[in-house]
Design a protein around this ligand. Structure first.
Ligand code: ADP
Length: 497
């Protein structure tokens, strides 16, 4: 029995670090958040300062405990969830990073990945479930090893450490005692074999990465050492880690095969639980580890959309036709439909299932009668259409139609978006009562790990729905819209040279 009162989730995201206190009922007691600086040293490059990641995370943890006046002794455990794939290398002796964190969005290794893909695409997909792309950690590690003076020598003499953001945090939060990651984060590196559950020697050779720099891989609810007493004055176990999308899947309690969630943020991330079976996609989706609990692996299929809520930001900041994201709903519902306008927001290429980095944004079907309301409606619909394409790809991989889509992320405040999603995908769309699903998932892993919660049954009772949306659209109308969307997608492809 664990008689402590709280679990704290550290949510280390791409633009900010947050700390959230949860009680035994899974309710939020308090939250603290801090943004940090983004660096774009060259076109297509994205970096973070490793110290910013660490210090922002420590300061929000201290702040939330102080502000919400909880006794540090009443914290059962800390869970970590993080921006995935982002890559750090640090010196084993000093603990200092030897280069900035190369962020998941960074494209500097794209050409190198094209080369690797042309030779090893099939093998890499079979072993890691991933599509060869600069998005994942492997090519970023190689870039740092090749470009930072002395890095290779240091690595070869066992003096260098690699980690994704979770590892970097754990290493420093435990005063350098633990160099580890969890299976979900490992599964995003492109050097981790997700069927054998170990670092893959052959892939390490292909990417020229020495095994000595790698962290130990543990379960998502494993013990990852104790928090340094310097931080909160007491020693608290770190007892869970998962990448952000996997944590959200868990926080949404999508614990049975066939259950799925979509996060509508800047981009969209759809993840489907495929159970203990690894399903390799035939429709350009990624296969990944959903979580590992007590050594038992659950797999998932994942599809990402690069521009989701960001298309609404573009209407606001690029086009200037709305003042705020929330205004988009009112404007879009002021017209009955998009008036035949289709918007393909391939502003940075197309992600799953199309994977065309040369596609560009397209607004088509404009007539004399087209207004900003039609364009806004088409933009909102484009988010739902992109997600529909992934839902369809998943159904096809699974050989069964999807049942229900659980949703989270900033854009789910938009009811028109969620109704369009239900209409286009032909499935029920469900909004949870607790929107902070990513942090909640991390808290659940940690709480399960330390005995704060005793079983999955114990926590699965806590998930509650706030609202749901059923398909209502006329089938004929839908068929015409889907056909137009498909045509428009084709026109957006292969544009940029
Ligand atoms: P991230 O975690 O990726 O920063 P969030 O989950 O905070 O994203 O969601 C922010 C995104 O949601 C932004 O791209 C914003 O344009 C979009 N968004 C926020 N509110 C609305 C709304 N009412 N309608 C449509 N999009 C919205």
């Amino acid at each position: 029995m664990n008689n402590k009162q709280y679990v704290i989730a550290l949510d280390q995201g791409t633009t900010s670090s947050r700390a959230i206190i949860f009680d035994k009922l899974g309710k939020i007691i308090g939250m603290s958040q801090r943004e940090f600086e983004q660096f774009y040293p060259e076109p297509g490059w994205v970096e973070h300062r490793p110290e910013d990641i660490l210090q922002s995370q420590i300061s929000v943890l201290q702040e939330v405990v102080k502000e919400f006046k909880i006794d540090s002794n009443s914290i059962a455990a800390i869970g970590i969830t993080n921006q995935r794939e982002t890559t750090l290398l640090w010196d084993k002796e000093s603990g200092k990073a030897i280069y900035n964190a190369i962020v998941w969005q960074d494209r500097r290794t794209a050409h190198y990945c094209d080369e690797i893909g042309s030779k090893h695409k099939g093998k890499i997909h079979r072993k890691t479930g991933l599509i060869v792309d600069a998005y994942f950690s492997a090519s970023k590690i190689k870039w740092i090893l090749d470009h930072v003076e002395g890095a290779r020598e240091k690595a070869n003499s066992g003096k260098l450490m690699f980690g994704t953001v979770d590892s970097w945090l754990v290493y420093h939060l435990t005063e350098g005692k633990v160099h580890a990651t969890d299976a979900t984060n490992a599964s995003r590196t492109m050097i981790y074999n997700i069927t054998e559950n170990k670092w893959d020697k052959e892939l390490l050779k292909i990417f020229d990465i020495p095994v000595s720099i790698l962290p130990e891989v543990r379960s998502s609810n494993a013990y990852f050492g104790h928090l340094s007493t310097d931080i909160l004055g007491v020693s608290i176990p770190i007892h869970g880690i998962a990448g952000d999308q996997q944590a959200a899947l868990f926080g949404q309690m999508c614990i049975h095969p066939g259950m799925m969630k979509n996060t509508y943020g800047t981009g969209c991330f759809l993840v489907l639980n495929t159970g203990s079976e690894l399903v390799l996609s035939e429709n350009n989706l990624l296969s990944t580890i959903a979580w590992q609990i007590d050594g038992k692996t659950t797999y998932a299929l994942e599809g990402s959309v690069f521009i989701g809520g960001a298309v609404i930001q573009w209407l606001r900041d690029g086009l200037g036709i709305i003042q705020s994201a929330s205004e988009s709903e009112e404007l879009a519902t002021s017209v009955e439909d998009s008036g035949g306008v289709v918007f393909v927001p391939a502003l940075t290429g197309l992600g799953a299932p199309h994977w065309d980095q040369y596609a560009r944004g397209t607004i088509i079907g404009i007539t004399r009668g087209t207004t900003k309301a039609h364009i806004t409606r088409a933009a909102l619909e484009s988010i739902a259409f992109q997600v529909k394409d992934i839902v369809d790809a998943m159904s096809s991989d699974m050989g069964a139609p999807a049942q229900e889509l659980r949703v989270d992320g900033g854009a789910i405040q938009n009811n028109l978006l969620l109704q369009s999603q239900a209409d286009f995908s032909g499935i029920k769309v469900v909004k949870p009562a607790i929107a902070e699903t990513t942090a909640l998932g991390a808290a659940y892993f940690a709480g399960l790990g330390c005995g704060f919660w005793t079983s999955l049954d114990d926590i699965s009772q806590q998930w509650k729905q706030e609202a749901s949306f059923q398909p209502m659209i006329d089938e004929k109308k839908k068929a015409a819209m889907v056909a137009r969307w498909k045509k428009a997608i084709e026109r957006s492809k292969n544009w940029e040279e």
